[in-house]
Design a protein around this ligand. Structure first.
Ligand SMILES: [Zn+2]
Length: 291
């Protein structure tokens, strides 16, 4: 209170100094604002409809540089747990800025209504699913190591025990938990497949922070059947499986819900293999139809 009172009776000199100070501060603020604008417009310079040629070049350079480290992580069975640091380390500064530009993207700006879950760090709650393999025409194919939060793994196993009893079949975890860094790697990896369109790719792969695969509170599992049918490229193949019919009837009893039904309003393609786990909420914690 004392200070305010003294300020009110300040001498003209003091007032003059204060004005200069304000002008200086305003100038500083303007400079900062312009710099911020330039920086943010640079960070948001990615053309979401179709990457520009120089960004396509950078994308392919980034994927090439990352390939050996991702391959090493895969052979260690830890690609799904990739940390941001591991993603950035092999890259040069402009490639890192490219990654930053992707991380600054908002799904809302891509015409999607995806829910932002945030980026959870990998915790000890995330445990390995164990060895899995598909068998087709006698050909045994091991699946990449997968991880799930402990309680989701328990619920999945209970559900599979019941499916085994009813059908004599089970579904395997083709993709469980994915760290935000690995999610971004996947997004970039699939970009060329979707004509280098961020907007189009986002219909098939979520941006980091928007994926149920990276959100242990609403953990997603992509299923594959024991014969290796996962619906990729042809969702109706998975949709036609008796395992899928069984899920539709029983998954909710175990806390699993289909995230992206046919004709959903989320601008996300139909994914009959993608189910998320949600305890005790009837799959509606984020409202009906919100992933
Ligand atoms: Zn999925």
């Amino acid at each position: 209170m004392d200070c305010e009172y003294r300020g009110a009776s300040a001498s003209p000199q003091t007032v003059g100094r204060a004005v200069v100070h304000i002008v200086k501060r305003t100038r500083w603020w303007l400079t900062a604002a312009i710099a911020g604008f330039l920086f943010s417009s640079e960070a948001l310079a990615l053309h979401v409809q179709q990457l520009e040629p120089h960004d396509i070049d950078t994308l392919h350079a980034v994927l090439q540089v990352l390939e050996p480290s991702i391959a090493a992580q895969k052979s260690d069975g830890r690609a799904n747990l990739l940390a941001w640091e591991q993603l950035y380390t092999p890259l040069n500064s402009s490639q890192r800025a490219f990654i930053d530009a992707f991380r600054a993207l908002k799904a809302e700006a891509l015409g999607a209504t995806s829910h932002y879950f945030g980026e959870e760090p990998v915790t000890s709650e995330i445990v390995p699913v164990g060895t899995q393999q598909t068998v087709k025409d006698g050909l045994v194919t091991p699946l990449d190591p997968q991880y799930l939060p402990r309680r989701v793994l328990d619920a999945y196993q209970r559900m599979m025990d019941a499916m085994q009893k009813d059908l004599g079949k089970q579904l395997l975890v083709e993709s469980g938990y994915r760290s935000p860094a690995y999610q971004l790697y996947l997004f970039m990896f699939y970009l060329p497949k979707h004509g280098h369109s961020i907007k189009e790719t986002n219909r098939f792969v979520a941006l980091p922070g928007y994926s149920e695969h990276g959100n242990p509170a609403r953990q997603a599992i992509d299923f594959i059947n024991e014969a290796g049918i996962n619906g990729e490229d042809h969702p109706e193949e998975f949709e036609a499986l008796p395992e899928y019919a069984w899920l539709q009837q029983h998954a909710k009893e175990f806390g699993f819900f289909l995230s992206y039904p046919r004709n959903n309003t989320l601008n996300t393609s139909f994914e009959p293999w993608h189910w998320h786990y949600e305890e005790g909420t009837g799959g509606r914690r984020w409202g009906v139809g919100i992933p």
